[in-house]
Design a protein around this ligand. Structure first.
Ligand SMILES: [Zn+2]
Ligand SMILES: [Zn+2]
Length: 954
């Protein structure tokens, strides 16, 4: 590889050395060809340009001149290259070395004067002028003639070519000095590459440029060398002002070109011998440079100075030599010491060898015994060490076992702690339950005491009643005696008159008793009810007491009928109540037994239907009884009630009507008359009201609230402003509608404003009283709603100021409500705008108010009515440490379902106390559980999104 690389390197080096010659040759021939082309063939650039027309003679002359110059150039160059200027093969030592001889360390020879070494040609050159870069050879004593002739013909040829190419410049610059022409003359290569000119134009422009540049260059060279030749100097000697080899103009010319200097330039073949041999030169001046006395003095002083310095150096060197001598003496003494030591060491070594060779002495025996003892001790110690290691291992294992036991004990202890905590909590609950039971027992004791007192009172009353009864029976017996006497007297009188058989005394007594009992039964039938069956079992009188008997039977029938009616009503009511409360009872009864539960909505319709059917049946039975019983009783009443009483009753009715007509007459008339109502239709009214309330609750619970929440998913602000507000204000709305359109009264403004005042003052005040803690509110909804409320009150005052409400005023009021809804729709952006404005205006109270909102940073919350949202309203933000279900959900957004979160809360110890605001918060802004969730969760209360109702409080 190295040989190949070196060969390649030499090849490249040789090619590069000959490259200037090749390039020059190419240029010379191309210029000549171009000039010949210009002379012979065509104009240079364009076809239509005015070509200088040469005659044939002129053409021949031109061509001859051209090729004469070309031939001279080539020939001289060839001879220049073929003639070696070096000192190789030159006999130098003929006349001995004289003045000006030197020694070349590269060629290792003595060289004559004016000879120098060329590091490119690697040889010493006789009378060396310079190393010509264009030919790659030195110019020396032997080839100086060829060099100078070649330069002369090159100069003349380039002059000729430049003159011939003037036409090209004329053509190029004919249009004026434009950018194109200047660029073409200066950088034709770039113009050719960029496609601005054709190859032909480029060739002509390039050759013309080369002619001009080459002519200038060669002219400088040529005249410089002419100058040097006439001065008798070489280029190297031109630097000095001295000319020691100057022979005059002619002598110099002869020495340069030969003796026939006037002919030799015509042809290189013409012989023109150069005087001299290139080694010895005729010296005409001094070779040494001339020196002035001052320069000589300076030189002397410099030499003196150098002499002094050398003296100093000499002294120093002597000192150093002395020091070195001392060092040498010391080293000699050290050397002697070391030799002595070496000898002593050799002695020691020989003694040691002798000792090694000798057998073990008695001292060694003692040492060996001591060594054995120590080895035995070491063995004992090692045994002990291993035993201690084993013990250590055992101890470590025991320690590990103890640690594990301790860990297990810890775990068990923690479990015990947990169970203890749970037991404590259950103990607390049980104590609470015991306290409640004690309270209940105490209350029941009180009730028992009350009942005992009542029983005593009742027994006293019964005693009194018995006493009065005895008195009355005594009186009755007396009267009976009197009546019997009278009757006996009458009978005796009739017997005396008639022939009818006389009655027995016992029969007469029975008759008398029956008539008396009828009277007593009519007077106080309720007190002596238990005696009635005995009275009915008595044999009936046949002849004299028939009217009295029929009257008694009618009265008994009527009371029985009324009792049956009431009983039937009671049965219907209980059945309907059972059906109405059927689901809850079944749920309570089912408890944990997992009774199959039907879907809720399928149970609603039967409940409604059964309740409705029960009500209809009750109404029908009442009407039926009314028809039959009232018709039957009218006769009785006609019999029993006197006319005075009837008149009195009518008067009472009229008075009652006149009293209540002023208010009641505004409403539509009732289905039942006053009498029917008194006989029990009021119960129907009450039932109907309960039914409607229950139905309303169910409808709101199942249909209205979920649909409201579904609607409020769109925008809670708008929903709160429309549906929620309408729902809470529905009573006022309907009261006002009934007041205006049915009773034609003036209820509207007072009711509405009064209820608003109640809402603002009483509700908020009560909530604040019973909340049990400091409640902080966010500023924005208060500010917004209060501002709009004040505005609306102002507009209302303006509207009702003239005691008239026109139609356009109503439109204004309703449109203001629409504006309010729109404001709620853009609530958040409006809020941020307000906050930005307030902060920019530098109102500190708003920001302070906003900062003190303890419930949470309402700016991050979706809804500012109840600001509670994940980041800002975290558990840590609350003082009580109470965890709500929605907060738990917010903390774990995708991990817990709603029922799981509530269950987790139910089984933790940190259970929130019942709290009205907390319920409201949950109720208002937590999505209500769907039916599926409610059914899937065990024991899920059927609230309308408010899952804490009752069940959370227990
Ligand atoms: Zn040399
Ligand atoms: Zn050279």
């Amino acid at each position: 590889m190295t040989s190949f690389a070196s060969r390649v390197f030499f090849r490249v080096d040789r090619v590069c050395r000959h490259l200037p010659v090749v390039l020059n040759t190419f240029l010379v021939f191309s210029i000549t060809g171009e000039v010949s082309y210009l002379v012979l063939v065509e104009p240079s650039l364009e076809a239509d340009q005015n070509k200088t027309v040469w005659s044939a003679w002129w053409k021949v002359v031109h061509l001859l001149a051209q090729y004469f110059m070309l031939g001279n150039i080539c020939w001289n160059a060839l001879l220049f290259l073929r003639t070696s200027p070096s000192i190789k093969g030159v006999f130098l030592g003929g006349q001995g070395m004289g003045q000006g001889w030197r020694y070349c360390y590269t060629c290792e020879t003595h060289t004559p004067p004016r000879c120098s070494h060329c590091y490119d040609c690697k040889v010493c050159v006789l009378r060396r002028d310079h190393h010509c870069v264009f030919f790659g050879q030195c110019v020396g004593f032997r080839n100086y003639r060829y060099f100078l002739c070649c330069l002369f013909f090159m100069w003349s040829g380039l002059l000729y070519a430049t003159l011939m190419n003037a036409e090209v410049f004329i053509v190029i610059l004919k249009e004026g000095v434009t950018m194109h022409s200047v660029l073409l003359l200066l950088i034709p290569w770039i113009m050719l590459v960029s496609g601005q000119v054709s190859a032909r134009a480029f060739a002509f422009a390039f050759i013309a440029d080369t002619c001009v540049v080459g002519f200038l260059l060669v002219s400088a060279f040529f005249f410089f060398h002419l100058f040097l030749m006439f001065r008798g100097q070489t280029t190297r000697e031109w630097y000095s002002t001295r000319r020691p080899y100057n022979l005059g103009l002619l002598g110099n010319l002869r020495h340069a070109l030969g003796l026939r200097w006037y002919l030799c330039w015509l042809c290189p073949l013409l012989p023109s011998p150069v005087p001299g041999d290139g080694i010895n030169f005729q010296v005409t001046g001094s070779l040494e440079p001339t020196r002035t006395p001052t320069a000589m003095l300076e030189k002397i002083t410099e030499l003196d100075y150098a002499h002094c310095q050398q003296r100093d150096l000499n002294a120093k060197m002597r000192q150093w030599l002395d020091v070195a001598d001392d060092d040498i003496a010391m080293l000699r003494s050290e050397n002697a010491n070391l030799r002595k030591q070496v000898k002593a060491l050799e002695k020691n070594i020989s003694e040691a060898q002798q000792v090694e060779a000798e057998p073990c002495s008695s001292l060694l025996a003692d040492d060996l015994n001591a060594k054995r003892c120590s080895e035995q001790k070491i063995q004992k110690l090692e045994k002990e060490y291993t035993m201690i290691k084993e013990q250590n291992k055992k101890l470590i294992t025991e320690l590990k076992i103890l640690q594990q036991e301790r860990d297990q004990d810890k775990i068990v202890l923690s479990r015990f702690k947990v169970s203890l905590q749970t037991l404590e909590s259950s103990m607390g609950e049980a104590q609470l339950g015991l306290l409640k039971r004690d309270e209940v027992i105490h209350q029941k004791n009180l009730q028992l005491k009350h009942l005992e007192e009542a029983i005593e009172e009742c027994s006293n009353i019964i005693k009194d009643l018995r006493l009065t009864n005895q008195k009355l029976s005594d009186q009755l017996e007396n009267r009976l005696d009197e009546a019997s006497f009278a009757f006996v007297n009458d009978l005796m009188a009739e017997k005396e008159g008639s022939l009818s058989p006389p009655m027995s005394f016992a029969e007469e007594m029975n008759l008398l008793a029956s008539s008396a009992e009828v009277e007593t039964n009519m007077s106080d039938s309720t007190d002596l009810r238990h005696e009635e069956p005995e009275a009915e079992e008595l044999p009936k009188p046949q002849s004299a007491t028939v009217d009295l008997q029929t009257k008694r039977c009618a009265g008994v029938l009527e009371t029985a009928f009324q009792r049956a009616r009431l009983f039937l009503l009671f049965v219907i009511l209980t059945v309907s109540a059972f059906v109405a409360s059927g689901t809850s009872e079944s749920r309570v009864a089912a408890g944990g037994m997992k009774a199959p539960r039907r879907p809720r909505q399928t149970r609603l319709l039967p409940r409604f239907c059964v309740c409705g059917v029960g009500l209809l049946a009750a109404a029908w039975i009442f009407n039926f009884n009314d028809v039959t019983g009232s018709s039957a009783s009218t006769g009785d009443q006609d019999i029993s009630l006197s006319k005075k009483e009837l008149l009195q009753q009518e008067k009472d009715n009229n008075e009652n009507n006149s009293i209540s007509r002023s208010a009641i007459s505004d409403f539509p008339e009732d289905l039942f008359t006053l009498k029917q109502k008194r006989q029990g239709a009021v119960v129907l009214h009450v039932l109907c009201a309960i039914y409607m309330f229950h139905a309303l609750a169910i409808v709101c619970d199942v249909y209205f609230v979920p649909s409201l929440e579904k609607v409020s998913e769109l925008s809670q602000d708008v929903a709160g402003a429309t549906f929620m507000a309408a729902g809470s204000s529905a009573p006022e709305l309907f009261t006002s509608l009934i007041g205006v359109f049915i009773t034609k009264g003036d209820v509207g403004v007072g009711t509405i404003v009064g209820s608003a005042v109640f809402n603002i003052l009483v509700i908020i005040g009560l909530c604040g009283i019973f909340s049990g803690q400091t409640i902080s509110l966010s500023w924005w909804p208060l500010f917004r709603d209060a501002a709009f409320y004040i505005l609306s009150i102002l507009v209302l005052i303006l509207v009702i100021y003239d005691e008239k409400v026109m139609w356009w005023e109503t439109i204004i009021l309703i449109s203001m409500y629409g504006i309010y809804i729109i404001i709620m729709k853009f609530n958040r952006s409006l809020r941020s705008l307000t906050e930005r404005h307030c902060s920019r205006a530098g109102q500190p109270w708003l920001s302070r108010l906003r900062r003190t909102t303890a419930v949470g940073n309402a700016g991050d919350c979706d809804n500012d009515m109840v600001p509670l949202k994940p980041d800002s309203c975290s558990v840590a933000g609350q003082d009580s440490g109470v965890v709500m279900v929605d907060e738990l959900l917010n903390l774990h957004p995708h991990q817990l379902s709603f029922s799981e979160a509530s269950l987790r809360l139910l089984i933790t110890l940190h259970f929130p106390p019942p709290h009205p605001l907390a319920y409201g918060r949950m109720h208002g802004h937590q999505r209500a559980p769907t039916e599926a969730e409610a059914d899937s969760g065990p024991g899920w209360p059927r609230g309308r999104g408010c899952f804490g109702r009752g069940r959370f409080g227990c």
